[in-house]
Write a protein that binds this ligand. Structure first.
Ligand SMILES: N[C@@H](CCC(=O)N[C@@H](CS)C(=O)NCC(=O)O)C(=O)O
Length: 390
């Protein structure tokens, strides 16, 4: 293993949320290799909105959106603000065509929700819009940024322009918004948090149901089951008998791995970087051991949300985090054979994982958007292939 006697710094996690869930039989085989289908519902390109709320920037975080770290050099992820739930008996009932999911294909948190939506076959209930891969000063946009005179992307202006061929963008089909922030302000004109994806939008009440991926993932797992064919209803990513183990693992994997790569990469002081990159690799060592003996899943013998949550970080690791976020005490493909095998199995054998993973979009986002980390905005060619064959 790469790291042995290390002093892990454990920071508090705001992420793990447990809600009562209904009991379901788990038939994981049903999740394997479903009929290939596009995960993204086709959407027509919308016209630019005339109502632009971009001037409404009420908090410091909103004014300085690309300044990720605090004064001490540490990156601290903000707690999500919208925490309602889809449920049969609540305000947000699980009706066909009612919900819309705004995602970035680059974002590992949004990626969780796309995988769950695909595994559970929720296309009819939840349509999807993908934002442009570039995130500038005004946050996620539905259009590519205007290029400046020398062809670069302006980090500070945040204008929108014509498609640039780098990534397919859908436009906002609901309101013709230019920026994701407009949707947040539509719901709450005084919103002072960050404009993050994923956003689960309710088309009926025109509001945000939830913008916390771990909760959206669980809603998708259970709240539509009574409407789904048995094969998909039976897929249970949070089975009763594994909940304790999943919750325990989520806690440290979230803090040191999922968020650990960000805390390493966004650190602006060596001490902040080191205090995160070391625990990150210690946790990768721990996961490598968990997957010993040809194990295919990180908790139990079936696909669970623990695999979904870990996958979206591991699949980005070699293409982005290793170089861009300086997480280079090892790479998945060269130093973690078990994690590599586990990741390749999910990618190549489960359509829900492969069809939602877009390596070009992922690399374009990180290397182009974070000018303070990569001022030339050159997107590296490798690693090739982005994921190894089985
Ligand atoms: N807690 C949120 C975190 C989501 C999140 O941080 N998303 C990032 C993209 S990877 C984002 O949209 N960042 C924009 C910003 O912070 O301005 C979740 O898990 O849903």
């Amino acid at each position: 293993m790469l790291l042995r006697a290390l002093s892990a710094t454990t920071r508090s996690s705001v992420h793990t949320v447990t809600r009562p869930q209904s009991r379901l039989v788990s038939i994981q085989a049903a999740a394997r290799c479903p009929t290939p289908r596009s995960v993204i519902t086709p959407i027509t390109l919308a016209r630019h909105s005339t109502s632009d709320r971009t001037a409404n920037m009420s908090s410091q975080a909103q004014k300085d959106i690309t300044s990720w770290a605090s004064k001490d050099g540490q990156f601290r992820r903000q707690t999500s603000s919208f925490r309602d739930s889809i449920s049969k008996d609540g305000q947000f009932t699980p009706d066909e065509g009612r919900y819309h999911l705004y995602v970035s294909l680059a974002c590992p948190w949004a990626h969780r929700t796309l995988i769950a939506r695909s595994l559970k076959g929720l296309d009819k209930y939840v349509s999807v819009t993908v934002v442009h891969s570039f995130m500038g000063a005004l946050g996620w946009s539905f259009y590519p940024p205007v290029r400046d005179e020398d062809g670069g992307f302006p980090q500070t202006k945040g204008q929108v322009g014509e498609p640039d061929g780098l990534a397919q963008v859908d436009g906002d089909p609901l309101f013709g918004a230019k920026f994701l922030r407009e949707l947040y302000f539509k719901v709450d004109p005084d919103y002072s948090g960050r404009f993050t994806v994923p956003v689960l939008w309710d088309k009926k009440t025109n509001s945000i149901v939830n913008n916390e991926s771990s909760e959206i993932l669980r809603m998708f797992n259970t709240e539509f089951n009574h409407l789904l064919p048995k094969e998909q209803a039976d897929i249970d990513l949070y089975p009763e008998h594994l909940r304790k183990e999943i919750d325990e693992q989520n806690e440290w994997v979230y803090d040191t791995v999922n968020n650990g790569v960000y805390k390493s990469g966004f650190a602006t002081k060596p001490e902040a970087y080191e205090s995160n990159v070391v625990p990150l690799f210690k946790s990768l060592d721990r996961l490598e051991k968990i997957l010993d003996g040809g194990k295919q899943f990180v908790v139990g013998d079936q696909l669970t949300e623990a695999d979904v949550r870990l996958y979206t970080t591991i699949v980005r690791f070699d293409p982005v985090y290793h170089g861009h976020f300086k997480c280079n005490l090892g790479s998945i493909r060269h130093d973690y054979p078990n994690l590599n095998r586990w990741c390749k199995n999910l990618y190549w054998n489960y359509d829900a994982f492969k069809s939602t993973t877009d390596f070009d979009h992922i690399k374009q986002h990180y290397y182009m958007s974070h000018g303070q980390i990569n001022p030339t905005r050159i997107v590296p060619k490798g690693p090739l292939p982005p994921i190894e064959p089985l």
